[in-house]
Structures are given as structure tokens and as C-alpha cells.
Design a protein around this ligand. Structure first.
Ligand SMILES: [Zn+2]
Length: 293
């Protein structure tokens, strides 16, 4: 079995004025090919995240309406998550987006939220963002956070907005809120583990990390020492609408985890991953996180 707990399926980059909002507009997407690939890989869940980056970048990945449309099409498989800039271009609470996300969560059209502080140039513990956390806590849905450094030009995603410790206050102020910090908080993974160690509702994912195999092997070894392996999930972080491209990421990542990770761990002299722990990473932990049935 497999759960892709972090993807941006059907989510090509678009300027805000050109958002696709329905599947009819995604010409390249082949639903039959998606179903066949899901069956081939034993996929039982797919999280697809809209990502709003309008404050600085003027862009979206997908749209909230498109994620809801995908979920509506395959409700047993797909969980759509809303993207949001919690602050608007005037630096005030984004009331319009808050109302839109609230309606989508209440109607069960979407099942979570993604915030990307480094792309929006705000701190995640800024009290002006708190209504979004309060909403997610009240609706009992997870908040995904891009709290990692980003390659590319420094001014586009300043590292000062990405440090995991900023979430310490958020976790304390919203004790029933579930947070998922993407990409193991790279490169501040140990800082994230310190956060997770005293915040039992903070999770993380290993998406995009298999390209640095020694680093991922070490981070998973650390996670075992911290007793956190059961709050780590896997995802493709695929951005696009091509089933063949998405499937290639699935194949590359699952092959590495199932067949290459343990030989590397052995070579390094570190404990190997048990089958049950690998199952946890690839589906069982996400199954618990997302309440899949
Ligand atoms: Zn992502």
C-alpha cells in the first residue's frame, strides 16, 4: 500500500489571473491513466495541495477550486488541501481567503491547509495569521507548512521566515492543532525534531529528500533516536498534471526506500529500517495522520 501525502497534482504554476478551477481546463490530465497508476502502486490516498504565493510571487500552484474538484471526482482517494496567504498585500489579515477556506472546510470540499511563510515573507508565529490556525484547529484538519530553505534566489524565500522554532509558539497556542512541516524542515531537521519531541501533534514528511541519500539516511537514523519515526510520512511533491511524470517519482522514491536505504544504512554502520518502519513511512503513518479509512 502507498499514500502520497504531499503532492501538487493538477497544480501547474499560474499567475493569479489565470487559475484553472475545473478539471475540464486541465487538458493534459488523463483520469484513466491516474486510476491505473494508483492501482499499480497500491495507492490508498493522495494529498494534493493548492499553494498560494500571491503576496510576493504573484503565483499559485493549482487553485482551491481545482483541488476540491479533484477530490470530488475521487473522494475515496484524493484529499484536497487549500492554499492561503494569511496576510494580504497590505500586511493585514487576508479576510477574503479566510472566508473562502472556511467555507470549503465546512462543506468538506477540502480537508486541510497549506501555508508557505518563506514565499509570503511572513513569520508563521505572527498573531495576524492566528485566525487560520484557529479555523484549522476548530475544523480538526492539518496545516501543512513549507518551513524549509529553498534553492534559487535568496530574496524570493528568505531563510529567516523558515526556521522550525517559529512554530513552537503556534503549537503551544493551538494544542489541538495538527501541523506537518514539509521536507523535514531542511536544513534544520534537528531543530524540527526538538520541536516534534515536545509537540506530539507536529509531523513531517520526506518529500524531495531521496535526492540527498546520505542526508536522508542520517535524518531517519536521528528520527529513530528521537522516537519520531511514526510521525514521518512520504510524498512525491509532484507539481503538474502528467500521470507518467508523477509515477516516475513514485517509482524512484519507493525503489530507493525499499531496496537502497538499508544497504546504505548498513554501509554507514547505522541500524537498518524494519519492514514495519518502511510501511509506516510509505503509508501507515499517513493513514493515521489523515484519518483514511
Ligand atoms: Zn510541495
Amino acid at each position: 500500500m502507498l499514500v502520497d501525502a504531499h503532492s501538487h497534482f493538477l497544480a501547474n504554476y499560474a499567475p493569479s489571473a489565470a487559475l484553472k478551477t475545473s478539471l475540464e481546463q486541465v487538458k493534459e490530465f488523463d483520469l484513466a491513466a491516474f486510476d491505473a497508476a494508483a492501482e499499480r502502486h497500491g495507492l490508498i490516498g493522495l494529498v494534493t495541495l493548492a499553494q498560494e504565493m500571491t503576496r510576493i510571487h504573484g503565483q499559485w500552484l493549482g487553485s482551491n477550486a481545482l483541488m476540491a474538484a479533484f477530490e470530488e471526482l475521487r473522494p475515496q482517494m484524493v484529499l484536497g488541501m487549500a492554499g492561503a496567504e494569511p496576510l494580504d498585500e497590505r500586511d493585514l489579515l487576508n479576510q477574503e481567503r479566510l472566508a473562502e477556506v472556511k467555507a470549503a472546510l465546512q462543506d468538506k470540499r477540502l480537508h486541510g491547509l497549506l501555508l508557505t511563510p518563506p514565499y509570503g515573507h511572513y513569520y508563521s508565529n505572527d498573531p495576524r495569521c492566528y485566525p487560520f490556525y484557529a479555523l484549522a484547529e476548530a475544523m480538526d484538519v492539518p496545516v501543512y507548512l513549507h518551513h524549509s530553505a529553498q534553492l534559487g534566489e535568496a530574496h524570493l524565500a528568505p531563510m529567516k521566515f523558515a526556521r522550525p522554532w517559529l512554530l513552537d509558539e503556534v503549537a503551544a497556542d493551538f494544542p489541538k492543532l495538527t501541523l506537518l512541516v514539509e521536507h523535514m524542515g531542511w536544513p534544520w531537521t534537528q531543530e524540527l525534531f526538538a520541536l516534534m519531541a515536545h509537540c506530539p501533534r507536529v509531523w513531517t514528511d520526506i518529500s524531495m529528500l531521496a535526492c540527498r541519500p546520505h542526508l536522508l539516511a542520517w535524518n531517519l537514523t536521528m528520527a529513530r533516536d528521537y522516537n519520531l519515526l511514526d510521525r514521518i510520512v512520504w510524498g512525491t511533491d509532484y507539481v503538474g498534471d502528467r500521470v507518467d511524470e508523477w509515477e516516475a517519482v513514485i517509482e524512484g522514491d519507493t525503489q530507493w526506500l525499499r531496496t537502497e536505504l538499508n544497504p546504505l544504512l548498513t554501509q554507514c554502520g547505522w541500524p537498518v529500517m524494519a519492514e514495519e518502519e518502511l510501511d509506516g513511512l510509505l503509508w501507515a503513518n499517513a493513514h493515521r495522520l489523515l484519518g483514511l479509512t
